[in-house]
Write a protein that binds this ligand. Structure first.
Ligand code: FES
Ligand SMILES: [Fe+2]
Length: 411
């Protein structure tokens, strides 16, 4: 009996989470899916004179940049007797384990075993586990999948727009599963409640207007379109989801008080699973050329994105970190009551599930790119048009929806 008054006693059971979509360790269906894509490991700025210990997809790893400028990502525990390479010495070439001095190149090759007798050929048989990396936009990416399935790094059109500079931005960790972090990206209704009506205005006031919502699949993933009436103006905000774990959104600065078309001060954000219950977000950002740039400010997480506020304040003015992390360490889909505003969440999960099953069949999942095609056309933007409201509210809602669709269809 789970409906009716005082049913707490009957509603205590917590069923398992949706393991097909949430578990990312080696050998799991979603873990294998994730391993078909490049993921950020850290920013180039994080690779200094000491190695960087990282946990990705349930694996403990160490990243470093040797003095020759090569970036390596190796299994954490040394192939000799397991000492952590986070205590290793970054060398001219490769990294040297602190314990007995074995040195490994960025591809895992053993370069020397200095304690062994002269002429020893032991080294030739030793390989430290290693993953390929590449750097782009100040981020270091890694590919942790089968070597023969290595894709290209997808290049989105937002990485090279006229009138904008691409810069590394923030990194922040959430103590929860990756999927609920990403669910949020296709959940535009929360921008009116969490960020305005229910916990105080966190962005501009126009976010407090309820939007006409729409979701569409695209050739590269999916988008949401949130279209709001602001006096005589119609404000169309579009965000992209790019499988498996990337989304793009505009900075929350729109006032919708003047017309503009296709404004794209975009943040591109990857949600990288450290493991099943921890997720690190990494961001690149396109900054309009006429904005002053404070790189320290850009490197900080936005308001309420991380645990950087006191609990008492987070309770009074909760934001994204609080809403997402408190859905349980792994949100339990079987206990949800999905509503009409969750259509984007349902679509996103279907894209992920289809991708996981494609990998299970031996196919490339949706979102994998190969070769050097043109940049992928994405749609995240703010567009504001002057279109006074018709008298009939239902006609205005139709007008908002049609305007949203027209904006993403382009000229
Ligand atoms: S444990 Fe690394 S060199 Fe011995
Ligand atoms: Fe949010």
């Amino acid at each position: 009996m789970t409906s009716g008054p005082f049913t707490g006693y009957h509603q205590r059971e917590v069923p398992p989470d949706d393991v097909e979509l949430t578990r990312v360790g080696p050998g799991t269906p979603c873990g294998e899916y994730m391993r078909r894509f490049w993921h950020p490991v850290g920013f180039v700025r994080d690779l200094g004179d000491v190695p960087l210990r990282v946990r990705m997809l349930g694996e403990d790893l160490v990243a470093f940049r040797d003095h020759g400028g090569q970036v390596g990502l190796l299994h954490l525990h040394c192939a000799h007797r397991g000492t952590s390479l986070e205590y290793g010495v970054v060398s001219e070439r490769g990294i040297r384990c602190c314990y007995h001095g074995w040195r490994f190149d960025v591809d895992g090759r053993c370069l020397d075993t200095p304690g062994e007798p002269a002429g020893s050929r032991l080294c030739e048989r030793i390989w430290q586990g290693a993953y390929p990396t590449l750097t782009f936009g100040g981020l270091v990416f890694a590919y942790m999948g089968p070597p023969d399935r290595r894709p290209a790094l997808p290049v989105y059109d937002t990485f090279g727009m006229d009138g904008y500079r691409l810069l590394p931005a923030a990194r922040f960790e959430l103590p929860c599963n990756w999927l609920q972090v990403k669910d949020n990206s296709m959940d535009p209704v929360h921008t009116s409640f969490l960020h305005a009506l229910s916990s105080g205005y966190q962005f501009t006031e126009v976010f407090g207007q309820l939007a006409e919502l729409d979701w569409l699949e695209t050739p590269f993933g999916m988008i949401y379109i949130a279209t709001r009436r602001v006096g005589d103006y119609v404000w169309v905000r579009v965000c992209d989801f790019l499988p498996p774990n990337v989304h793009q959104f505009t900075r929350e600065l729109e006032e919708a008080s003047t017309e503009r078309i296709g404004y794209r001060p975009v943040i591109t954000r990857w949600a990288v699973p450290n493991d099943d219950t921890r997720t690190t977000n990494f961001e690149l950002t396109a900054i309009p050329d006429d904005w002053p740039v404070d790189e320290t400010a850009i490197a900080k997480p936005g308001f309420g994105q991380s645990s950087d506020r006191p609990y008492a304040e987070r309770q009074r003015h909760p934001a994204d970190y609080d809403a997402q992390a408190s859905q349980r360490p792994i949100a339990v889909h079987a206990l949800e009551h999905l509503a009409s505003t969750d259509r984007g969440v349902i679509m996103l999960r279907r894209i992920v599930r289809d991708g996981i099953r494609a990998v299970g069949r031996g196919d490339d999942p949706f979102g994998v790119t190969r070769g050097d095609g043109p940049p992928i056309r994405t749609l995240a933007q703010d567009t504001v048009l002057k279109i006074p409201a018709p008298a009939d509210p239902a006609a205005d809602r139709r007008l908002l929806r049609d305007t949203g669709r027209r904006v993403v269809a382009g000229p």
